[in-house]
Write a protein that binds this ligand. Sequence first.
Ligand SMILES: Nc1nc2c(c(=O)[nH]1)N(C=O)[C@@H](CNc1ccc(C(=O)N[C@@H](CCC(=O)O)C(=O)O)cc1)CN2
Ligand SMILES: Nc1ncnc2c1ncn2[C@@H]1O[C@H](COP(=O)(O)OP(=O)(O)OP(=O)(O)O)[C@@H](O)[C@H]1O
Length: 229
Amino acid sequence: MQSPLAPTTALGTSAVCADPEVPWGRHAPNGCPALRGLRRRLRAARRLLSRNDQRRHAAALTRVLGREPAFRCARRIAAFWPANGELDPRPLLAAAARRGTASTFLPVLRPGRQRRLWFVRYAPGDALTTNRFGIPEPRHGRQGRPPAWALDLILVPLVGFDMDCNRLGMGGGYYDRTLAFLRQRRHWLRPRLIGIAHECQRVTRLVPRPWDVPLDAVATESRIYRRTR
Ligand SMILES: Nc1nc2c(c(=O)[nH]1)N(C=O)[C@@H](CNc1ccc(C(=O)N[C@@H](CCC(=O)O)C(=O)O)cc1)CN2
Ligand SMILES: Nc1ncnc2c1ncn2[C@@H]1O[C@H](COP(=O)(O)OP(=O)(O)OP(=O)(O)O)[C@@H](O)[C@H]1O
């Protein structure tokens, strides 16, 4: 029997982020109240961080991930425009752009109902428009839109994570659908997938669901968690 969240001992999580005991068997349907509640609490927790905390965390993330070979060697890096208290990866993107050897990309919702993403070229200062969730995204044409497999590194937004790098997202399935091709492969070198989150988004345990594409690592303001299995 699997449950999406193991019963919690609140190991290492702050009280505001502690996950609840969840009684389902197998994996949880997205609409289930406990999963909705967990997403709501984790989103509220990151929104409670002050501007100063946000700035400190973004600077710390830039230091933590900035020395990581997966970041330093990447030539095509996708990140995201932060929303709802997400940890801001833009200073990191700016550092990559300054390096002169990397091009940077942001996710854009593909038109239609398929709930997939494009990664569109974006350099600091480029024009943006707002998508249907109110998140800024680059204007796009056919150019500057490489397939996801041609990226070296994707910094993935998330709502919650655990020490094994399991990810709970916004519930749209956008990243899992876009990156589903990776599940056909046993090992892959690129794109590397690194989740980005504040420490307060860590929960004791998330049980992955069949469609989840595993992250290689999660980077926070204080450390990098690496997938070991
Ligand atoms: N900054 C950032 N950009 C991102 C993501 C993200 O998580 N963070 N995404 C990650 O996939 C994609 C957008 N996915 C999203 C999925 C659901 C909702 C959302 O607000 N859902 C509402 C329900 C509203 C509705 O369905 O119309 C909700 O949860 O209340 C937002 C973004 C692409 N861009
Ligand atoms: N590869 C896929 N093919 C078809 N449906 C999928 C695929 N991946 C995910 N889904 C569906 O998308 C829905 C949302 O998935 P999930 O809750 O894992 O999203 P999420 O990772 O939290 O969202 P996001 O990537 O938008 O942050 C689920 O109902 C799931 O069945």
